[in-house]
Design a protein around this ligand. Structure first.
Ligand code: NAD
Length: 446
């Protein structure tokens, strides 16, 4: 459903009326260009503390991203600040000074990325406190620049140094991160340096990836984005949606598998279908999900059982069956789809919030076992995304839901799909156990 308010706010007359009334003016976001995705043309100004921990290595990571680095004289530039060397709260003044001086240079839909160190990987208390402060700083910057359609995010390095930094840096500086705002990405797993063969343009070339709930909405967008990035998508959806699914998969050269994921034999049928395509499966995205909103006292057994079984029960059974084989080992990816309702809770959504919180629990509890097998498991937690699911929300609540974030608008299915594509890419091997909100910095649960 299109957001008429967004269109009005970006018309000449709309701009002045909304200014007069002091109402939010959602900016038009710049997203990946379908024909030329992953292009990074914008200039980048990189700042650092005087006693940077990884100074030259971070410069090397930036060079590996193929971004153009500029000097402080530049008039318009994206901003990266290596704050990993902020060892005390006094030293955080260097962070303040950099952004105080340069934030106004950020272009429309520009990007800010701050690099820090995970406080729980730091022995010195003073250093850990100074690093934890980066979260609040980054989130406030994100709120300040949201009006311009710009985003700010933080990458926390772990005790393994800067390795694996280039991929999240590049993603957070790209148009793919149009609706990912105010987030912390933790680099958790030690990774080897990028191979010289890494392919930024077709990162998923030749990889078989399953997407459930692929016939429409966010799952359809994921399938399209993954195919754009070179993957062979095995799209799964209920038999009732077979026609729509087959059309969607034929448009992207994918494989359609009409299957209700709650069926007893669904895990085996899925494995058999994947085995026919390729002996290895590079990733599975558990996107299929439903809502059955009702106040608890009026919620039927069926509304609870069915929802929990689709949104998390079947996900667990499919993971278990796949992990009983070695299909995903050494490079495989599991991606869950949670929701900000699973983080904040939501009125009339106790069943849904339970299932989506459980998705986050799945990521957290499986990350170590997955890491031992060279697999990563992460999740996205979408906020308000424009799909049939949110089109069913009553008008006033829908308008309110859209404006509740720093970017004052709902996201598009593509915004979620781009983050999923990033998790699935070989370069993201250092990112494990993360749940990243794709919500434009929604106030819910923030
Ligand atoms: P949607 O209803 O448009 O699409 C969901 C798809 O899943 C449908 O094609 C449906 O047929 C399929 N599906 C449902 N049950 C299935 C089953 N048993 N077996 C196989 N396929 C099944 O929903 P959407 O808005 O695209 O949401 C996709 C995911 O994103 C869901 O997990 C949802 O909870 C999550 N999410 C959406 C939003 C949002 O704002 N739209 C926000 C947060 C999270």
């Amino acid at each position: 459903m299109s957001d008429k308010y967004l269109q009005f706010a970006n018309s000449k007359i709309g701009k002045s009326i909304l200014s007069m009334l002091g109402l939010p003016k959602p900016p038009r976001l710049i997203r990946e260009n379908e024909n030329h995705p992953h292009q990074l043309s914008s200039n980048l100004l990189c700042g650092t503390t005087t006693a940077a921990l990884y100074g030259t290595q971070i410069k090397q990571s930036l060079e590996a991203t193929e971004l153009v680095l500029v000097s402080e004289d530049a008039q318009s530039c994206n901003l990266v600040f290596d704050a990993s060397g902020v060892r005390s709260t006094e030293q955080a003044a260097e962070l303040y000074q950099f952004f105080h001086k340069n934030l106004s240079k950020l272009p429309r839909c520009g990007r800010v990325v701050i690099i820090g160190q995970q406080p729980n990987h730091i022995d010195s208390i003073e250093h850990a406190i100074a690093q934890r402060g980066l979260v609040g700083f980054m989130k406030s910057v994100a709120k300040e620049i949201g009006r311009k359609g710009a985003t700010a995010n933080l990458i926390y390095l772990n005790g393994f140094g800067h390795k694996g930094l280039a991929a999240p840096l590049r993603f957070l500086l790209s148009a793919g991160c149009a609706y990912t705002n105010g987030q912390v990405i933790n680099l958790t797993t030690p990774v080897t340096e990028l191979s010289s063969q890494h392919n930024w343009q077709l990162p998923l070339k030749g990889k078989s990836i399953v997407v459930t709930g692929a016939a429409r909405g966010i799952g359809l967008a994921m399938s399209q984005v993954l195919a754009r990035d070179g993957a062979v998508v095995i799209g799964v959806d209920v038999p009732q949606a077979q026609e729509q699914l087959e059309k969607a998969m034929s448009d992207i050269g994918g494989v359609a598998l009409a299957l209700d994921i709650t069926a007893e034999d669904a895990p085996q049928k899925l494995i058999d279908c994947c085995g026919k395509q390729n002996e290895k499966l590079q990733g599975i995205v558990h996107n299929a999900g439903i809502t059955r909103d009702k106040m608890l006292s009026r919620m039927s057994d069926q509304q609870w059982q069915l929802l929990v079984d689709i949104n998390i029960g079947s996900v667990q059974r499919i993971n278990q069956a796949i992990l009983a084989t070695d299909m995903l080992d050494q490079g495989g990816r599991i991606v869950g789809v949670a929701s900000i309702s699973g983080i904040a809770g939501n009125l009339g959504q106790s069943n849904y919030a339970y299932s989506k919180s459980a998705v986050i629990g799945m990521v957290e509890s499986m990350k170590s076992d997955c890491a031992e097998r060279g697999i990563t498991i992460n999740a996205v937690a979408p906020g308000f995304i424009e799909t049939k699911m949110t089109a069913a929300i009553p008008f006033a609540t829908r308008q309110f839901g859209r404006r509740l974030c720093s970017l004052s608008q709902g996201g598009l299915p593509q915004d979620v799909a781009e983050v999923v594509g990033f998790f699935l890419s070989p370069e993201a091997s250092g990112i494990n156990g993360n749940t990243v909100r794709v919500c434009g910095q929604n106030l819910m649960g923030a």
